[in-house]
Design a protein around this ligand. Structure first.
Ligand SMILES: Cc1cc2nc3c(=O)[nH]c(=O)nc-3n(C[C@H](O)[C@H](O)[C@H](O)COP(=O)(O)OP(=O)(O)OC[C@H]3O[C@@H](n4cnc5c(N)ncnc54)[C@H](O)[C@@H]3O)c2cc1C
Length: 392
């Protein structure tokens, strides 16, 4: 994808000033840039990587996320990418398997989805530059600066507000004195791990999420739009540290689930993530607002991360649009409260799921119950596979 940078108004001598600079072009950043550009704001979207790029993710887009795309006039995006429907969540572990019907989820690679969202933001008028590593700069004279390091060497830009959409364990928030921390009540540290395998690599049925659960965590396998096999796992950090290799641990989990083994060499990955349960004390500071995983993430099992990111983006855009020459601290308070409400909606099922999955006997009993009565899985399956009405 071509990198492109356009300059904002030069309100500070020598420094281009943007209404917003959005750091990170995952779903949260691209959707924020899209919504801001749609509202007529001058927005610069930056990412340190070149696109298309792959990222650790289950490759499942929930009906809720699809609904949000439609609300932003991006309803045809998944069709244009060839994202196929998912009809079954097949759970396996502790010598039991359970098939739970899904309705409405679709499989899509993050390489394709994220590149398409950036293109949509650029079409709306956002400026985008790839291959640019960003650091937080100073607050001065009604702007916040950021320092960019790309192929053209270092430079600085200024914005009325910087949006940190830079993913888990946000560096920008840490640079503002708000590092992501493990909640004190956390029972164990969970990290993500993922890889992609070529189309012909293993007999995983299209339209099915193969999910293996075990003592060390869980792993999901999905065939995405180009036929390749996307693997994503949430693993106990300690188990991962003690494993012979990350791939050996995932292969072992898949074997426990009763699923076929993967080839030795992936086409992309294996790649890990920072701790999934770490989050910052608050999602922003003066002229810095965080969205998506940067603001806090809960649990991958229900496959809703992109939904939360898109929801956050649609909710934060009007607040970002209100930031002017004089900083109004109520904007940060409003965002902190709105974000807390968004996360609260997700917390109950996520906490319950992670609590059950970390207890072998309970997991086994839950799988037995789900086999005999799939209706009991509704709180989970409703999220993965049926429309969630968005209040965004
Ligand atoms: C194992 C696992 C499975 C998952 N499965 C699913 C699933 O099936 N469905 C689902 O909806 N969600 C899933 N998720 C969650 C989903 O992947 C995330 O919630 C989502 O990617 C968050 O989007 P984001 O835009 O906030 O961050 P990201 O997608 O992480 O994007 C952040 C971007 O910021 C850029 N960046 C970071 N630092 C800088 C910097 N200093 N300068 C410039 N750029 C920077 C990065 O390059 C990156 O492109 C899963 C997560 C994990 C870990």
């Amino acid at each position: 994808m071509n990198a492109m940078v356009g300059l904002g108004e030069k309100a500070v001598p020598g420094l281009p000033v943007w209404d917003a600079v959005v750091v990170g072009a995952g779903p949260a950043g691209s959707m924020t840039a899209h919504e801001l550009a749609r509202a007529g704001k001058r927005v610069l979207l930056l990412d340190r990587q070149q696109f298309p790029r792959w990222k650790v993710c289950g490759g499942t887009l929930s009906p809720g996320a699809q609904g949000l795309l439609a609300q932003s006039d991006l309803g045809g995006l998944l069709d244009s990418l060839g994202a196929g429907p998912l009809h079954t969540l097949r759970l396996g572990g502790w010598s039991i398997t359970a098939d739970l019907p899904l309705n409405g989820s679709r499989a899509v690679s993050r390489s394709a989805l994220d590149a398409a969202l950036i293109e949509a933001a650029v079409r709306r008028g956002a400026h985008f530059s790839a291959g640019v590593r960003v650091d937080l700069g100073e607050l001065s004279g009604g702007v916040r600066t950021v320092e960019l390091l790309g192929s053209e060497g270092p430079r600085e830009v200024a914005a009325r507000v910087v949006v940190a959409a830079d993913g888990l364990a946000s560096k920008l928030l840490a640079q503002a004195g708000l590092p992501a921390r493990e909640p004190t009540a956390a029972r164990r540290r969970v990290v993500g791990l993922g890889a992609v395998f070529p189309a012909s690599s293993a007999p995983f049925e299209p339209g099915v999420i193969h999910m293996a659960v075990g003592r060390e965590g869980y792993a999901g396998v999905v065939q995405v739009e180009d036929g390749s096999i996307n693997v994503a796992a949430a693993l106990d950090h300690e188990a991962l540290r003690q494993a012979e290799s990350p791939s050996a641990l995932v292969q072992d989990l898949l074997a426990q689930g009763g699923w076929p083994s993967l080839p030795t060499t992936p086409s992309l990955g294996w790649r890990g993530t920072p701790g999934l349960t770490r989050r910052p004390e608050r999602p922003g500071a003066e002229r810095l607002l965080a969205v998506g995983d940067a603001a806090g993430y809960l649990e991958p099992f229900t496959g809703e991360g992109v939904f939360w990111s898109l929801s956050g983006a649609r909710l934060i855009a009007p607040l970002v649009g209100r930031v002017g020459k004089t900083w109004d601290p109520r904007i940060l308070t409003e965002w902190t409260n709105t974000h807390a409400r968004l996360m609260k909606r997700a917390q109950r099922v996520c906490r319950a799921t992670s609590w059950v999955l970390s207890r072998p006997l309970l997991t086994r009993s839950a799988l037995r119950m789900l086999t005999s009565s799939p209706r009991l899985a509704r709180p989970i399956v409703r999220r993965v596979g049926a429309p969630i009405v968005s209040r965004a």
